[in-house]
Design a protein around this ligand. Sequence first.
Ligand SMILES: [Zn+2]
Length: 282
Amino acid sequence: MIKTWSTPLRHEKRREEPCALCGGRDFSARLRCEGFGYVRCKQCSLVQMNPQPDAEAVKRRYSGDDYLEYEIANEKTFLELEMLALADAGFYQFESGLDLSGRRALDIGCATGALPAKLRERGWQAEGVEINGRQADYARRTRGLLVYERPLEENRLTAGAYTLITASHLIEHLRRPRVFLAEARRLLAAEGRLFLTTPNIDGFQARLFGSRWRSAIFDHLYLFSAKTLTRLLEQEGFLIEKIVTWGGLAAGSAPRPVKFVFDKLAKRLGFGDVMLIRSTGL
Ligand SMILES: [Zn+2]
């Protein structure tokens, strides 16, 4: 099983953190990986890396050059997957009910800017947030996008300014997912929607592969389930509208027809490898 690309393991300051969902400190070991591990909160079942790196260490992870090549090489595939997932989650119905002129969209963790560029093509006034300087530069230079380079909550963006907020494969990297969601909620317009994509710890692949699961990587500080992420979203003022999951078997792990059927089932039954939650403001 090939894991998702991650910054290389390094020695950094780490400390035990309470559960980011309920504040509990009673954990059981969940996944033991090479050089790091995840625990499960006994109270609310949130899975988080523990001990966790400090803020400086996390910042350093994303200040390097290595991410850019990976993102450029994969941006087309990632965009296609994200557009399919958005379609499944009812994005096009949501969009078709809007007059897009002057509507702002914000893609947080926009990497090379492929998604905001696509949204702009569709009529959105699309912007991005990307803390990796080289990727932010790339998105500005090659796509002419407006990209904020600080973490979301440090940009002092206007409350209620965004009708669409997307964050794909981002929240699992953050030290403070609650702070992030609170800020996203503040920025969301009254009729706006948040589309959040993240690996699914309750999915079939996570169960099958354990610590070899492709999403159990050094860069992922939280491994959410639909249940834990729903609870966090609701606590921060979101109303869940739809949850979709996809990806049953890893590519190449089974004959194509088997994978096809399994992927369909995973999607229908909610045990897919990745999930997308669509929510609106309460
Ligand atoms: Zn907890």
